[in-house]
Write a protein that binds this ligand. Structure first.
Ligand SMILES: NC(=O)c1ccc[n+]([C@@H]2O[C@H](COP(=O)([O-])OP(=O)(O)OC[C@H]3O[C@@H](n4cnc5c(N)ncnc54)[C@H](OP(=O)(O)O)[C@@H]3O)[C@@H](O)[C@H]2O)c1
Length: 270
């Protein structure tokens, strides 16, 4: 997709990966609307890129339900939707507060699914659009401390790969971004001295399996994936084997479905 003049919505666009993606899309000539809870940071990002902002708490059902319509009111139409807002867990699952488990599921899995559902109502009739899911390497591998987080990211990844089969030929692209550790506040909140994760992270550092990805790099690759209509962004490269093994059953199903004609989603028929 040529991004010049396109409209982009990024949830969690006030800092970290979302902020850097907002800067990247704007540099390509797109109009970007950033969404998050904290208005000051959001407004600063929007002003810096000549974009717009909208305050919403995506762990709240009522904020999720009206969000796509609110974005359409601002932008007129939506070319690219990025589900990026996310929350980590970093304690033993049995010690994790039930409210945290619920909030992580709502923000990392329920909200992206519902927002994808709502934005498809808009994109399918136009037979055009691209949806980016910011998942994680934690959706492919287990890791103690990230347990609830791993569950939500595995769900987001496999939800999107299944949706890809349904959307074949509908004109709407899907990209799953699955990074390992990225240098943002989220990683700092999980990786500190005395953290529950510390011993496991120490082992993986010794095994050379924990390179920290610069946030600019993952954001630039995600923007480029939309431009190039690529299915996946996976960093670091040394994790490629995890992704290849995880993706194998999906490739087998995809091959098994060659020639099978699925009914087009009603909303997308025109
Ligand atoms: N950093 C990593 O190591 C890493 C690795 C793999 C995948 N990821 C994924 O990348 C995505 C972005 O992570 P990041 O590292 O950039 O995190 P971050 O620096 O903590 O930024 C998170 C963003 O999400 C927003 N957000 C948080 N809770 C929200 C809520 N309830 N409603 C609306 N917005 C909310 C935050 O703004 P407010 O707090 O103002 O709402 C902020 O803009 C996440 O989905 C994460 O799982 C991160």
């Amino acid at each position: 997709m040529d991004l010049q003049g396109k409209t982009v919505v990024i949830t969690g666009g006030s800092q970290g990966i979302g902020e850097h993606m907002a800067v990247g899309f704007a540099a390509k000539g797109a109009s970007v609307l950033v969404v998050a809870r904290g208005e000051d940071k959001l407004r600063a990002v929007a002003e810096r890129i000549g974009g717009d902002h909208l305050v919403a708490d995506l762990s709240s059902a009522s904020h999720v339900d009206g969000l796509v319509d609110a974005c359409l009111e601002r932008l007129g139409h939506i070319d690219v939707w990025v589900n990026n807002a996310g929350l980590e867990t970093s304690d033993a699952f049995a010690d994790t507060d039930r409210d945290v488990v619920r909030a992580v599921n709502r923000l990392n899995l329920e909200a992206p699914m519902l927002l994808t559902r709502d934005v498809l109502d808009h994109m399918l009739p136009r037979r055009s659009g691209h949806i980016v899911q910011i998942s994680s390497q934690a959706g492919v591998v287990p890791f103690p401390g990230f347990t609830a987080y791993c569950g939500t990211k595995a769900g987001l990844t496999n939800f999107t790969e299944s949706l890809r089969l349904e959307l074949k030929g509908c004109g709407v692209g899907l990209t799953v971004v699955a990074p390992g550790p990225v240098a943002t506040d989220m990683w700092d909140r999980a990786d500190y001295k005395g953290s529950y994760l510390e011993p496991a992270l120490k082992r993986f550092r010794i095994l050379q399996q924990l390179p920290i990805i610069p946030v600019e790099k993952i954001a630039a690759q995600a923007v480029a994936a939309v431009e190039g209509d690529r299915r996946h962004v996976r960093l670091p490269r040394r994790a490629a084997i995890y992704h290849a093994l995880n993706n194998l059953p999906r490739r087998i199903v995809e091959l098994g479905l060659i020639g099978v004609k699925l009914r087009r989603p009603a909303v997308g028929r025109s």
